[in-house]
Each structure stands twice: as structure tokens, then as C-alpha cells.
Design a protein around this ligand. Structure first.
Ligand code: FAD
Ligand code: NAP
Length: 271
């Protein structure tokens, strides 16, 4: 797609609205995030995903699934995106600038929502790479701190610069008026970097095995407890499969919107 194509006005369709890019933040050569206008008719639950995209070279919308990274109450919609070098969408999407237009699907959906989990006390949000996006939505929604006493975000990435939102998370969302008071005591952030030196470097399964993920909430058991613990998984398919198998083995059952359970999953990409 040419730079000119990005400037050609888009037309809404029955399933897509056209939204304006409001801001863009490049985290590194593989990752960026951006915000777009939110149509008044767009309702979603924190943690859901939606189709977004640009006009393809063939004159048809080129769409991909994206988790919304902003919470359900926010006026703007935020997305965290990978930059795949030869990726049909992201090789172009990474060039968007303030004022450009993108397509937004009218029907957000997904299972990484509080409604798909049974009530509990401690919520673990495990994400690899861009699998952090739905957690940024959920932890910026005050509702989650009513539902859970402790919320633990574990973000596993290859390189330190892949730790998108690290500062905000390290600071427990200080400055976010709706959640900062809750997050100050209830939110725990455990970043791990697997291919560069960092204070924590194990994959998620290793951090479960050695107890690192339980360290933030010392008053609770230092192991999983299916009665009170709830888990959401997002990111690499291999991580999801392996962690889901581990949880199954410990008496957790997978939840869905129709049948809430003790954990829920959503792949953020195939790989
Ligand atoms: C439910 C769901 C939610 C998603 N949410 C997000 C999101 O919030 N942010 C996001 O960046 N992507 C997300 N994705 C992936 C996204 O739909 C696209 O695959 C991505 O934008 C790349 O599009 P592309 O056309 O450039 O390349 P594709 O042809 O779609 O992908 C090319 C290859 O790049 C790799 N890849 C694609 N996406 C990722 C990724 N996110 N992380 C690591 N490797 C990847 C895979 O190996 C894939 O085969 C989600 C996918 C699903 C199914
Ligand atoms: N992020 C980058 O720096 C980078 C650079 C070049 C290309 N890319 C492209 O982007 C794609 C995705 O990269 P990504 O970094 O977003 O995702 P990724 O390869 O899935 O890595 C993200 C994190 O998930 C961990 N992980 C992978 N498989 C796991 C498993 N089975 N169980 C537990 N943890 C697991 C990784 O650990 P390990 O490090 O131990 O695998 C890493 O910490 C790749 O296919 C690659 O082509 C990314």
C-alpha cells in the first residue's frame, strides 16, 4: 500500500466504522500503540477484541483481530500492535499518524472478560508479547478491583524494550484517577525478559514453578488455589497450551461467557 493509500478517505460499511487516529507511540522496532476515536455506538467489555484495519491494495478492507487496550469506560480506543516486517496489515499499520483513518469493527467480542470467570480473590493475568494488551484494558477498569483483592500482571517478553507500558505498570497506574487508589495496593506487575539480562528472566511456567508470581501477595498461598485463584492467558499459543494444561492438572476448569470457570484463554496470534 502506498503512502497515498493511507490518505485516501475510507468509507464505513455495514460491519465497519471509520475512526481517526489520535496518537501513536512507538515502543521499539517491533511494537507500537495508538489511540483512535471511539464511536458513540461502540460498546465493549474490558478485555475484548475487535477487527481493525486499513484499505487493502485490492480495494477491500484488510482486517485483523486486535485486543482493545483501553478500558470500557474510556473515550478513546487504544491498541498495542506488533510490527511484522512483511505482515500484510502491520507493515502498513505501523506507518499510521495522527489524523489518519482506520477501519474499526462494529462487534467486539472475546473471552478475556471478568464475566467469563467465577468470582475469586486473586486474579493472575499472564501475557507474552502483545498479549499484554487485554490486561491494560482490564487493569484500567475500576470494576476489576471490586471483583478481586489482588490482580497480578505477568508480562513475558524477549527484550527489555518489548516491555510496553513498563513505566505505567511499575508506577501502579499512578495518575489514572479512576484506578490509582485501588491499583496502589491491589495491582502487582511482574515483568520478565527472556533473551536479555534483566532482574527476572524465566518464562511464565518457570515463574509459576519457582513461586515468583505469588511473591506479590504474600498473605495468600504461594501456589495456585482453584477455589480462590482465577487466571487469564493471552499471547503465544504454546504458552497458552502449556499453562492451560498445568492449570487443568491443578483442578482449574476453562471458562467461557456461557459457562464461567476458573481460567480463560485467547490466542493473540498463531505461533
Ligand atoms: C483474538 C486475537 C487478538 C489479537 N490481538 C492482537 C493485539 O492486540 N495486538 C497485536 O499486535 N496483534 C494481535 N493479534 C494478531 C493480529 O490479528 C495480527 O496477526 C497482527 O496484527 C499481524 O497482522 P499482519 O497482517 O501484519 O500479519 P499476519 O499475517 O496476521 O501475521 C504474520 C505472522 O506474524 C506473527 N504475529 C502476528 N501477530 C503477532 C503478535 N501480536 N505477536 C507476535 N507475533 C505475531 C505470527 O507468526 C503470524 O503468523 C490478535 C489476534 C487474535 C486472533
Ligand atoms: N520481540 C522481538 O524482539 C522480536 C524480534 C524479532 C522478531 N520478532 C517476531 O515476532 C514474533 C513474536 O515475537 P514476540 O517476542 O512478540 O513473541 P514470542 O516469541 O512468543 O516471545 C514472547 C515471550 O513469550 C515467551 N514464550 C514463548 N513461547 C513460550 C512458551 N511455550 N511458554 C512460555 N513462554 C513462552 C518468550 O520466551 P523465550 O524468549 O524463551 O522464547 C518471550 O518471553 C516472532 O515470531 C518473531 O518473528 C520479535
Amino acid at each position: 500500500m502506498s503512502a497515498h493509500a493511507l490518505l485516501t478517505p475510507l468509507e464505513p460499511t455495514g460491519s465497519l466504522t471509520v475512526e481517526k487516529v489520535l496518537s501513536v507511540r512507538h515502543w521499539n522496532e517491533h511494537l507500537f500503540s495508538f489511540t483512535v476515536t471511539r464511536p458513540p455506538s461502540f460498546r465493549f467489555r474490558s478485555g475484548e477484541f475487535v477487527m481493525i484495519g486499513l484499505m487493502g491494495d485490492n480495494g477491500k478492507p484488510l482486517l485483523r483481530a486486535y485486543s482493545v487496550a483501553s478500558p470500557s469506560w474510556a473515550e478513546e480506543l487504544e491498541f498495542l500492535s506488533i510490527k511484522v516486517e512483511d505482515g500484510p496489515l502491520t507493515s502498513k499499520l505501523q506507518q499510521v499518524k495522527e489524523g489518519d483513518e482506520i477501519f474499526l469493527g462494529r462487534k467486539p467480542t472475546g473471552t478475556l472478560v471478568a464475566d467469563a470467570l467465577l468470582p475469586g480473590r486473586r486474579l493472575f493475568l499472564f501475557g507474552t508479547g502483545t498479549g499484554l494488551a487485554p490486561w491494560m484494558s482490564i487493569i484500567r477498569d475500576p470494576d476489576i478491583y471490586d471483583r478481586y483483592e489482588q490482580v497480578v500482571v505477568v508480562h513475558s517478553v524477549r527484550k527489555v524494550s518489548d516491555l510496553a507500558y513498563r513505566e505505567e505498570l511499575d508506577n501502579k497506574l499512578a495518575g489514572d484517577p479512576l484506578v490509582e487508589d485501588f491499583a496502589a495496593t491491589q495491582l502487582h506487575y511482574i515483568p520478565t525478559v527472556t533473551r536479555e539480562p534483566f532482574h527476572t528472566s524465566g518464562r511464565i511456567d518457570a515463574l509459576i514453578a519457582d513461586g515468583t508470581i505469588f511473591a506479590g501477595a504474600p498473605e495468600r498461598p504461594q501456589k495456585f488455589d482453584p477455589e480462590h485463584d482465577r487466571v487469564m492467558l493471552c499471547g503465544s499459543m504454546a504458552m497458552i497450551k502449556e499453562t492451560a494444561a498445568l492449570l487443568d492438572g491443578q483442578g482449574f476448569t476453562e471458562g467461557s461467557n456461557a459457562n464461567p470457570g476458573e481460567y480463560v484463554i485467547e490466542r493473540a496470534f498463531v505461533g
